[in-house]
Design a protein around this ligand. Structure first.
Ligand code: TRP
Ligand code: MN
Length: 446
């Protein structure tokens, strides 16, 4: 593969929002120096390949499925949890591919999603105030002064956990687990009771027949044996992302080799901020989250900054408007960006605009709101004659009780049963599969 040498980038003078307050700068610099010497987690050539596939998404020739935890944690980066998340993504991908007959580009919120922006820097419980939890990359979830201290050594654990996760992802996706002949096996071990599981079994039997037919006809089975699953995370902690930015020896250009696709969040996407400057400086495909307050001028300026050469697949806009706002807030952005001649991929994040607090204080989302936002997203693109490029989901393969609704009928009082997220509520396995069937129908009807 392509050797990369370290990229000596300067320290920015621009304002970086949402950065940790590392207590000891010397300790941070020591960690950064060690990170700079570590091998890349992903290769520049893979980033280019994903960029090409996202170009197909932007042109309406493929659909993006991006999903995973809101926040990965070191403790939950176990073989079982990673395998079940992958099986869930594979099931969703096959439902979309089979149901809508379009190629699906698969991207995990995985192997690097360890840092979280927070609305408040502090948290108070029973009169005690401590720094907020900012993801395992920065501090611990436990509500003690010791756990909540910002510790740069954690950045090395992010690197190591990401490497181990990616290793397993590559083994699973290339080594047999993702073989389409295993389509039934991906459903095993999951609660199969209600609608989506049964519907999946029926579809898997159809696929089995279709594959037996193709193989009997002598079709080359190589394409059926493996999938490419790319990694993505929010590029939030600039000390970490810069330390993992390297010059690609083939092209002489900088790539952030901590993940294939990096995104900039709604809270850090200021045009004159350090995050956008960083995203502009690397050659990976990049994405930006757009909330309902985004103006067309901002969207156009982001296109100028991040995709000055008009390279399809370079820039993805992930809208997170909320089910109530998507139909009025999204059209002006899509309209103006399209009129400018830019070719960006439009992706729907139906999670972050639909969070509310249940009476017992737990953050949750209604399955119906999630579906409603995706539906609105498809309608907006249909009305404008543009392409709905994909979905960006917070989900897990585990049987958690974090979002309400779906055919499993979870209600607010069920939430405490298995509420396990380190940050935002995720769809559980069954809700994810059900969503995939509904989105496949929208995509097929497009
Ligand atoms: N390689 C093809 C693809 O990625 C077919 C395929 C193999 C597939 N295993 C899969 C598709 C699992 C979806 C899920 O589309
Ligand atoms: Mn989230």
């Amino acid at each position: 593969m392509v050797p990369l040498r370290p990229y000596a980038c300067g320290v920015t003078v621009l304002r970086a929002e949402q950065q940790p307050e590392w207590p000891d700068q010397a300790a941070l610099q020591d960690v950064v120096a060690r990170l700079r010497l570590l091998p890349p987690l992903v290769f520049a050539g893979e980033c280019d390949q994903l960029k090409e596939r996202l170009g197909a998404v932007a042109r309406g020739e493929a659909f993006l499925l991006q999903g995973g935890d809101c926040a990965e944690t070191f403790a939950d980066s176990t073989a079982d949890s990673i395998r079940d998340k992958l099986k869930t993504l594979l099931q969703m991908a096959v439902v979309l591919t089979y149901g809508a007959r379009v190629p699906v580009v698969k991207v995990g919120r995985i192997a690097g999603q360890f840092a979280k922006p927070r609305s408040s820097a502090i948290e108070t419980r029973d009169g005690v105030t401590l720094p907020s939890y900012r993801g395992d990359a920065v501090n611990g979830q436990e509500f003690t002064a010791e756990a909540r201290r910002h510790d740069p050594e954690r950045l090395l654990r992010v690197y190591n956990t990401s490497a181990a996760t990616l290793n397993l992802v590559r083994a699973f996706t290339q080594g047999g687990l993702a073989d389409l002949r295993e389509v039934h096996a991906w459903n095993q071990g999951f609660v199969r009771g209600a609608g989506a599981g049964q519907r999946y079994e029926a579809m898997a039997s159809d696929i089995d027949r279709a594959m037996a037919f193709m193989l009997a006809c002598g079709v080359n089975p190589d394409a059926l044996r493996a999938v490419d699953l790319y990694s993505s995370h929010e590029a939030l902690l600039l000390d970490y992302e810069r330390a993992l930015t390297r010059i690609d020896s083939r092209t002489g250009l900088p790539y952030d080799v901590s993940g294939h696709l990096l995104w900039v969040g709604e809270r850090t996407r200021a045009l004159d901020g350090a995050h956008i400057e960083f995203a502009a400086s690397v050659r990976n495909p990049v994405a930006v989250k757009l909330g309902p307050a985004t103006t067309s001028e901002e969207a156009l300026a982001l296109v100028d900054r991040l995709d000055p050469d008009g390279e399809p697949g370079r820039l993805t806009f992930v809208s997170r408007m909320g089910a109530e706002r998507v139909r009025d807030a999204l059209p002006p952005l899509v309209d103006k960006v399209t009129a400018s001649g830019a070719v960006v991929a439009w992706v729907c994040d139906p999670m972050h605009g639909n969070t509310y607090e249940a009476p017992d204080g737990l953050k949750t989302r209604r399955f119906n709101d999630v579906i409603e936002e995706v539906q609105g997203f498809f309608e907006v693109h249909r009305d404008l004659g543009t392409c709905p490029g994909g979905i960006h989901m917070e989900l897990t393969g585990d049987d958690v009780t974090e979002c309400i609704g779906g055919s499993g009928g979870l209600v607010e009082s069920d939430l405490p049963m298995r509420y396990q997220t380190a940050c935002d509520p995720r769809l559980n396995h069954q809700q994810s599969l059900e969503l995939a069937f509904l989105v496949a129908e929208m995509l097929a009807a497009r």
